[in-house]
Design a protein around this ligand. Structure first.
Ligand code: CMC
Length: 434
């Protein structure tokens, strides 16, 4: 970072000398104050649990303006990418390489990804070690981590070609692993990928074909899945992406780092929210029960949250939620499910919450997960796999951010500090004196 023209001066009321710290400007968004010299100069750390005011890296991949409700991948608004930006693999290319592909670049990229969709035949034995009722996220944490033991030829993180090959392998094999997790859970045989299908159509094929009946590709449903993937592809320095970066900062291999990201994504405050939102709608059951549910949400002692609402960064409507609501209409119309009771319930709940003072004053709006569960359910995806689909989509974002970090000359092992509030040094007493 060399663009500092201004400085912040920190002065102390205890008479310690004041300290100048450089201020850097981003291309858009808030400036940052470089506090790296603070500890050396003052012996003090900063305190910022939850990273409320801390930028942990510089990045040129994804930008969110939470007040405007804007999400950009490499400068392109998510609305344009979702509507006119081609398919998910174009978004993958954009996130990885910084530019949208031209026709020749796209053809080459699609061919490369497609040629890596199979997993090593030995992988099936990892699946068979799991209980059939294992949560798919637990299966994915294990099997994605296990990929590292198969691809020793692409684990040198200091070799740009190895990094590229690992990136392609992860993007190509995630749909295969997610579909295998599903097939295993329902006791059906694994279905091999088909390289004549698009990325999303092939995923539907691996999910829904059986040896007795081939899945018939429906373009509307494939487009809906593609949109889910595009909308979830990256989201700057969220919890799972920061986990991937932190794991990668120690030099861990990319498969291990993505497995760490999947583990973090599993939590209900993050990727697990789509599953939790659908469970919530099912437990509310009918529009008549909404007032009682909203009263529980407002009661701080109940521990009940309106899942699929609120976001650390968006303090305005999540732009992804608007697009997902559109997709919801398209999919339900295509399947003749316009009167789907869960969708009606979701719309009634959204309307009531958006007019309620509790949500308005806290700037709580629906996020992408409020609608993505309804779309996925209509596509035939079971609730427990929703977060697995999120992981599939986010893999490209994680790997793009990991690659960016590895090539950043300022990259260092991540090592937060702490405010220690435990016991100072003391002497171990003999056991009869404790
Ligand atoms: N339902 C009810 N109250 C809420 C909710 C909610 N969903 N979200 C936030 N609040 C309240 C919160 O209790 C607090 O109230 P008060 O000021 O009275 O203490 C206020 O709003 C501020 O919330 P916060 O917890 O300080 O906000 P945060 O930035 O730490 O948390 C969040 C963000 C997403 C974890 C939270 O909004 C939440 O748990 N939402 C539900 C889970 C969810 O839908 N997560 C998906 C996020 S989008 C997909 C992804 O990127 O992973």
């Amino acid at each position: 970072m060399t663009n500092s023209e201004t400085k912040a001066t920190l002065s102390f009321s205890d008479g310690s000398p004041s300290l100048d710290m450089p201020i850097y400007k981003g291309s858009v968004g808030p400036d940052v104050i470089d506090i790296r010299k603070l500890y050396g100069a003052t012996g003090m750390f900063t305190y910022d649990p939850g990273f409320m005011s801390t930028a942990a890296c510089n990045s040129s991949i994804t930008y969110i303006d939470g007040d405007k409700g804007e999400l950009l991948y490499r400068g392109y608004p998510i609305e344009q990418l979702a509507v006119n930006g081609g398919d998910f693999l174009e978004t993958c290319y954009l996130l990885l390489n910084g530019e949208l592909p031209n026709a020749a670049e796209k053809e080459k990229f699609v061919a490369t990804v497609t040629n890596h969709t199979m997993v090593h035949e030995q992988m099936q034995f990892f699946f068979r070690g799991f209980r059939r009722d294992a949560h798919p996220m637990s299966v994915l944490v294990g099997t994605v981590g296990a990929l590292a033991s198969f691809y020793h030829d692409s684990l040198d993180i200091n070799d740009p070609h190895h990094r590229e090959v690992s990136a392609i392998r992860l993007i190509a094999k995630m749909p295969t692993l997610v579909a295998m997790a599903y097939k295993y859970s329902i006791g059906q045989p694994f279905v091999y990928p088909r390289n004549d299908l698009s990325y999303s159509a092939n995923f539907m094929h691996m999910m829904f074909s059986t040896p007795c009946a081939e899945y018939k590709v429906n373009d509307v449903l494939v487009r809906a899945l593609d949109r889910i993937l595009i909308l979830h592809a990256d989201h700057e320095q969220n919890a799972s992406t920061s986990t991937v970066r932190l794991a990668g900062s120690s030099g861990a291999n990319p498969f291990a780092c993505i497995a760490a990201g999947i583990a973090c994504l599993w939590g209900p405050a993050h990727g697990g929210a789509n599953e939790a939102a659908l469970d919530m709608l099912e437990s509310i059951g009918s529009v008549d029960n909404i007032p009682e549910f909203i009263a529980q949400v407002k009661d701080k002692n109940s521990g009940v949250k309106l899942m699929g609402f609120g976001h650390r960064v968006y303090k305005n409507y999540d732009p992804r939620a608007k697009l997902m609501r559109e997709t919801c209409y398209e999919v339900l119309n295509e399947l003749g499910l316009q009167d789907d009771p869960l969708f009606k319930l979701a719309m009634a709940l959204e309307k009531i919450a958006l007019e309620d003072e509790y949500f308005v004053s806290r700037k709580l709006y629906p996020n992408v997960d409020f609608y993505s569960g309804i779309v996925q359910r209509a596509l035939g995806i079971p609730t427990s796999l929703f977060t697995g689909i999120f992981a599939l989509a986010r893999t490209v974002g994680w790997i793009a951010q990991w690659k960016e970090m590895i090539s950043d000359p300022e990259q260092k092992i991540g090592r937060p500090r702490q405010l220690f509030v435990g016991s100072p040094t003391r002497t171990v007493p003999p056991i009869d004196k404790r």
